[in-house]
Ligand binder design. Sequence first.
Ligand code: SAM
Length: 625
Amino acid sequence: MGRRAKNKQDVPLPIELDKTHEGKVTKALHDKLKHEAIRSRKQKENAQRQKNSRTDKAANSNKEQGKRKNIAPVEDNSIVEKKSKKTKVVEVESDQMVLDAPDDGWDNAPLESDSENDDDDDDSIDEFDSAEEELPSNISDVSDAPTRNALDLLSDDSDDEDGIEGGIESYDEFDTDEDADEGVTFRDMEKRSKMLDSMREEDEEMAELERLEAGGAAEGERELFALPTLEQVEAEKEAPLDLQQVQLRIQETIRVLNNFAELRSPQSSRNDYMDQLKRDLCHYYGYNEFLMDKLLQLFTVGEAVEFFEANEVARPVTIRTNTLKTRRRDLAQALINRSVNLDPIGKWTKVGLTIFDSPVPVGATPEYMAGHYMIQAASSFLPVIALAPQENEKVLDMSAAPGGKTTYCSALMKNTGLVVANDANKDRERALVANIHRLGITNALVCNYDGREFPKVMGGFDRVLLDAPCSGTGVISKDASVKINKSQDDFSMLTNLQKELILSAIDSVNADSATGGYIVYSTCSVTVEEDEAVVDYALRKRPNIKLVSTGLDFGRPGFTGFRGRTFHSSLSLTRRFYPHTHNMDGFFVAKFKKMSNKIQTGENEFTVPTGSGVKLKQKKKKRGN
Ligand SMILES: C[S@@+](CC[C@H](N)C(=O)[O-])C[C@H]1O[C@@H](n2cnc3c(N)ncnc32)[C@H](O)[C@@H]1O
């Protein structure tokens, strides 16, 4: 746990970076002139507006009496419902659901035996309906989605002249379902539309003015910032940590680094600033220097701070509907009846729900006990969506415990075919077996091998999922010990294991599978050495595979190069997910297609079996002289 977390009583506000100060100094002069021009124009306009307002109000007061209610926009029912809900955890996807005029989502997850019962829909959950599809082709990009909120919608639609003239005091007055068109003429509408435009312009200019005022004042003060001297650094080590001071220094250091030529102190180099920043970030967020270095290599300093901040906040609790037993709409209704406050996770899944709050523990409801859902992180849906297991296939989940992904595979396969759920850790397999029973999975076989023993144990799978053991740098909000308990030795050990496991996973797949021939590699780590570097290694060692699209069209493309290393260009097909951009755990997903069971790797030719057991054919090595 970081000092920031430990010192809860003294936690300063989250660090917000000043993005308005990244430009050059000449821009300050430009801003100042613009500031003056806007101020003088605004003074004139305000005087004129007040005059017009008085005249118009007098002329229209009778006409406008009683009209206000009639011209208020009819608010979408779903928005009214959302507004009445309790405050939510920050959740980009659910906002999107509100605004995308949803229609049909709950019904897209039919209970197999009950699909014709769709017409007994309950109105109370219609607001969540969406046209989302499980198939990857329909996944939308949450990170790029427009982020208008319900109030934006209301203000866009509002036609109330009183609101315009006098300023909108409260949006409550628009909450009416009376006929919006009655009594409104085209001339009125045109006039109101012009007024709205002018109001918008005015708001934008005011915002610009405020920005310039705030920026101007800060600029003068901040230029005095200098790094602490060696003596001060030593003295700080002895004294109790002043979080406010450290926070301020982080902001100032980043500002200088963003405009180094102009704002640096001549006595300090870029490295001096970076060293101080690293020390401060370690203190403030409680990371060891080793991991801090790694993460600062991954992001710009600004984005690194966003990542650290996101790690201080718990991700939303999410559950996955077990479609073998129920439909999402029925599950949602059952939980709503228990006063659980929930929403669909986002357009990219039709089985996920976000739980905002619940008066009963989500892991102890009768629906949970009956196996109607799995408590599962949203990120953990992604590799299974990418794997896309089909009915009647033979699938291997190489590191399966506690079974979130195994049971999702079985659900997608409608309990047909075979899912081999393996894990090297016997203790963790208890939870795997319990989940398999609770969720009513009947197509799984649990085994307890070191994954590296595949495909000798069994081969010829249509698809293999390797959700690899990893450092957990994507799930720091769940396990803060990761901040301090990882060393270079741990990373070396893990990446070696990951490389061996990924080759076993590839060799366990039958390239001649009629329906499959796919391998998905995933980790809950954001480090390149556990993600792209492992995938790149697999591509080099197994030329009979190629990367294909994960089908997840949100998430950032993987790195094709990193700190002087060049990876195969197809690495851009892999996907990265971050807590600060996707509000889900940090995650990595890569999907391979195996093109042939024969591989030629210079000296050796391997033939991977299509049935169980392994045949390893080794050609005679060609030896040189
Ligand atoms: C990220 S967790 C898997 C989570 C699981 N896929 C799920 O969704 O519930 C990684 C798992 O790898 C297992 N593991 C570690 N080393 C292994 C190995 N050599 N072979 C197979 N599994 C291994 C760990 O016991 C752990 O359960």
